[in-house]
Ligand binder design. Structure first.
Ligand code: HEC
Length: 350
């Protein structure tokens, strides 16, 4: 708990508590205790649900416990750094690997986690024993901070990784040479409270995208093996043709995934134009959901604050039932009043 201050977005590996006081529910259910509130207080309104009515301000002992946890707001410093306090040679090389693998797209910012944007991520570590989330399927794990990793083995939500190297290798799709991996682990172990913010590629490396990874399926449910994969911007509108070699003219679905890189810092909105179903996630959060057979329609997200040249995870899914198929992905940049297609140079395939 040290350093985490009961903060960093939702709590719990399943990212399902919005206040420390939600442990009242866990004391009652999992631990079989009586809790700190009265039963009447606990069952009032939607308070018994983790994301229901607030539990703060009801019981002074429970609030005192939460205040104590919130006071644990300083991470210990890592003792593994070079004698002068800087990164070791391996740690410094590992920092470069951290940038090139864009670890900050999840373990980002000063907290070394993007948990605050409520984005449980599935990196391939879920097992049947990982449990559920809010009574339904668990789709990902809360992104942990990397500030205390040097002191908190074993790793991952289920303790299945004994070493930092094992934890990094558990991320599906991660590849690196042996030296890169050991350097990266050395860097992660030296973050402590000394590194100020998760490093990312500098702006000079920005604007070099070539599109998202598009995977096409010959069914409307994104099932089975893709019949076509290509890198592209999402901007097609057509009548009744197939969108590409091997893909049905009707009854197909497609998933575009990768990263989007904002051109400015500020409030963005995203918009899809679709016929038929569409859904869009930014950083793991579902922001547009119209998975129905509809005629061509524009759907817009709420405003999302983004930082210039940082890359954010993006996934768009689309299916075509019959007839015309349209799928376009647009954004409205800070200060602008109209939506424009997101260019391929601002979209990355991984
Ligand atoms: C797509 C988001 C994402 C990216 C990118 C990512 N991670 Fe993670 N990372 C996670 C999640 C989610 C977990 C927790 C998984 C679990 O507990 O099962 C995690 C866990 C870890 C852990 C274990 C921490 C602990 O306390 O248990 C380490 C170490 C780690 N990541 C390092 C890295 C490094 C280094 C990179 C870059 C190569 C990276 N991660 C890239 C999402 C990500």
């Amino acid at each position: 708990m040290r350093g985490r201050a009961g903060a960093q977005g939702f709590l719990h590996w399943s990212n399902n508590f919005d206040e420390v006081q939600d442990f009242e529910g866990q004391i009652r259910s999992l631990a079989g205790g009586a809790g700190l509130m009265t039963n009447a207080q606990f069952s009032q309104g939607t308070r018994s649900q983790p994301l229901g009515d607030k539990k703060a301000g009801v019981n002074s002992d429970l609030d005192a416990l939460a205040a104590y946890v919130a006071s644990l707001n300083t991470f210990p410093s890592s003792p593994l750094r070079a004698s002068g306090g800087g990164l070791t040679t391996a740690g410094s090389a590992g920092r470069t690997v951290f940038i090139s693998k864009n670890c900050a797209s999840c373990h980002g910012g000063t907290a070394f986690t993007n948990s605050a944007s409520n984005n449980p991520q599935n990196i391939g570590t879920l097992t049947p024993e990982s449990g559920n989330r809010l009574g339904s399927q668990l789709t990902g794990i809360d992104i942990p901070t990397l500030r205390d990793v040097w002191a908190t083995a074993p790793y991952l939500h289920n303790g299945s990784a004994a070493t930092i190297e094992n934890a990094i290798q558990a991320h599906a799709g991660f590849t690196a040479t042996g030296t890169e991996l050991s350097d990266l682990a050395a860097y992660v172990a030296q973050i402590g409270n000394q590194e100020t913010t998760a490093p990312t590629a500098t702006a000079s490396a920005a604007n070099t995208g070539t599109g998202l990874t598009g995977q096409y399926f010959n069914n409307t449910t994104l099932s089975g093996t893709p019949v076509l994969q290509r890198t592209e911007a999402v901007n097609f509108g057509r009548t009744t043709n197939s969108p590409g070699p091997g893909v049905n003219a009707d009854q197909f679905s497609v998933r575009w995934s990768g990263k989007v890189e904002p051109t400015a810092t500020g409030k963005f909105q995203f918009q899809t134009v679709s016929d038929n179903g569409v859904r869009l996630w930014i950083n793991g959060v579902l922001v547009i959901d119209n998975w129905t057979s509809h005629a061509t329609i524009n759907n817009s997200s709420g405003t999302i604050t983004l930082t210039k040249d940082q890359r954010y995870l993006i996934t768009m899914e689309h299916y075509d039932d019959t007839g015309t198929a349209v799928a376009r992905l647009r954004w409205k940049k800070p200060g602008q009043t109209t939506y424009a297609a997101i260019p391929a140079t601002r979209l990355y395939s991984n």
